[in-house]
Design a protein around this ligand. Structure first.
Ligand code: UD1
Ligand code: CA
Length: 504
């Protein structure tokens, strides 16, 4: 139910200079989505009466993301006055005038914080008489964070930023997590008092705490149970640490829900992926995006799936796949590359060193070895011979190939698209299929083979090949004087297509 007395401000206007990146800090991915998307999702889950997101650096990209992830949010553009205090000041001005309640402020770069922790934090504030409450933590390393300075009696007095702190203050291990709750009136009054008189020349939101205390108001710090929840991301080292922590929790969560994950250290699962019970994930595997894996499937080792669907009992090993659908019982890999638009039917197979793109391969059909299948439909129960290329590109445009059901194509074929091969047709080994093949026909267009007898002796005399051939020919002559060893250009009347159907 919407909390009518709660407004949330998400701070997302900072530049993120410490990332040293052309990509805005808050758009760097973490478990498959931008850092700030985690924060927006948490804000959304709290169901506040109003949400305001403050943007400035790369504002259009941030605003577009907010519009997608948290469409109910008002977007406020921070002006040229820097600092979290200025961001909140402008956000508060954008609140509807009839709102009167609590304002929750969260940093856009604290992505691991969950809605349940924040709900407890809000309850703690409301149960107290404090004008403001700050979420605090005791991380292993407090470097970079604002420190919570307490009086001799232990009362929360103010927050000092790392850059403004003296040695004694820097030794403080209790830090400001970047999450605050204020009564609107108290917040508004103190924001007006902020100055930029500090090392960074910014209006610090954190100064509101000290100002409230000077004004005689009560301020409390509520410690978070686990410091990892409030890890702020300022640089790429912190990004990888947060990613590792989050991944450990995601992996453990799936293990507890019935997924076998052999090696958590080398398994990376994005937040939006879904795994059914009795899925097995082998080492070196990344399950990315909104990938869904059904029960009994075995993924890995060394496999990356991005936004894929994998059906029940399918097996996918040493494979890189994006936007592919692998139906139940199908088998993929090892060393397969499935590009967007690959649809492999039930019990089908995409085997070793096969690349597919925009390809529908029907139920029970197999592309077992060393092939490229692009812009194609293959029917059911067909077998594509080893080393086959679907030549889909004429240098200007892409063309489509249509292979029927129960087709057997020979090894080392080229299908020059646009092309259609009818149901039950065969093609011979080495065929370059340029014309449509009717159902049930055998297509073969390889030039008849010519053997030029004694070519080696005439052209490469004295070589090992010449000696070996001489030995072989003399043995053949002594065992058979009647049969000719020459088979030069004798066309066969019963051509064999020599397909390489996989026995598996
Ligand atoms: C801030 C806190 C610090 C706290 C830490 C927790 C202040 C002054 N300091 O420091 O006490 O320990 O977070 O992670 O608040 N932002 C704006 N507008 C700005 C500047 C920043 O919206 O003008 C946003 C940023 O996009 C970011 C958040 O505010 O999401 C925090 O800014 P950042 O510069 O990372 O602050 P810290 O130095 O980490
Ligand atoms: Ca920060």
């Amino acid at each position: 139910m919407t909390d009518a007395h709660l407004a949330i401000i998400v701070l997302a206007a900072g530049q993120g200079t410490r990332m040293k990146s052309s990509l805005p800090k808050l758009l760097h991915p973490l478990a498959g989505q931008p850092i700030v998307s985690h924060v927006l999702a948490t804000a959304r889950a709290l169901d506040a009466a109003h949400v305001i997101t403050v943007v400035r650096h790369e504002r259009d990209r941030l605003a577009a993301l907010v519009a997608e992830d948290l469409p109910e949010s008002i977007i406020v553009d921070q002006d040229e006055i820097p600092g979290t205090g200025r961001a909140v000041e402008q956000a508060v001005d954008a609140l509807p005038t009839d709102f009167d309640g609590d304002v929750l402020i969260i940093n856009g770069d604290v992505p691991l914080l969950d809605a349940a922790t924040l709900a407890t934090f809000i309850d703690a504030h409301r149960a107290s008489a404090a004008a403001g409450t700050v979420l605090s933590a005791h991380p292993d390393d407090s470097t970079g964070y604002g420190r919570i300075v307490r009086s001799a009696a232990g009362d929360f007095d103010r927050i000092v930023e790392q850059k403004d702190a003296d040695d004694t203050e820097r030794a403080i291990t209790e830090i400001n997590a970047g999450v605050y709750l204020f009564g609107l009136a108290a917040l508004r009054a103190q924001l007006a008092e902020l100055t930029t008189e500090n090392v960074q020349g910014e209006k610090y939101l954190t100064d509101v705490i000290g100002l409230l205390r000077r004004a005689g108001a009560e301020v409390t710090a509520v410690p978070v149970a686990d410091a990892w929840l409030v890890a702020g991301i300022n640089d790429r080292a912190q990004l990888s640490e947060a990613a590792l922590t989050l991944n450990q929790r995601i992996v453990r969560g799936w293990q507890l829900s019935g997924v076998t994950i052999q090696d958590p250290a080398t398994t990376w699962i994005d937040l939006k992926a879904t795994l059914a019970p009795d899925v097995t994930i082998l080492p070196g595997t990344q399950i990315q995006g909104a990938t869904v894996v059904e029960t009994g499937a075995i993924i890995g080792p060394d496999t990356t799936l991005r936004d894929c669907e994998v059906g029940e009992n399918a097996v996918v090993k040493r494979t890189d796949a994006t936007l592919a659908v692998i139906a139940a019982g199908a088998s993929v890999g090892p060393f397969s590359y499935l590009r967007p638009g690959t649809l492999l039917g039930a019990d089908g197979k995409i085997g070793a060193f096969v690349e597919t793109k925009n390809a529908t391969i029907g139920a029970g059909s197999k592309v077992p070895h060393l092939s490229y299948v692009g812009d194609a439909v293959v029917g059911e129960g067909s077998n594509i011979g080893a080393g086959t290329i679907f030549a889909n590109y004429d240098g200007v445009a892409k063309h489509h190939s249509n292979i029927g059901s129960h087709v057997r194509t020979g090894s080392h074929n080229v299908f020059v698209a646009p092309i259609t091969i009818g149901d039950g047709a065969y093609t011979g080994a080495g065929t370059v299929v340029r014309k449509n093949v009717p159902a049930g026909a055998l297509a073969i267009n390889v030039a008849p083979q010519r053997n030029m007898d004694c070519w080696v002796h005439a052209n490469r005399p004295g070589t090992a090949a010449d000696a070996a051939a001489a030995d072989s020919l003399s043995t053949a002559e002594s065992t058979s004087t009647t049969e000719s060893t020459s088979t030069t250009e004798s066309p066969s009347t019963t051509e064999s297509p020599s397909t390489t159907e996989s026995g598996e």
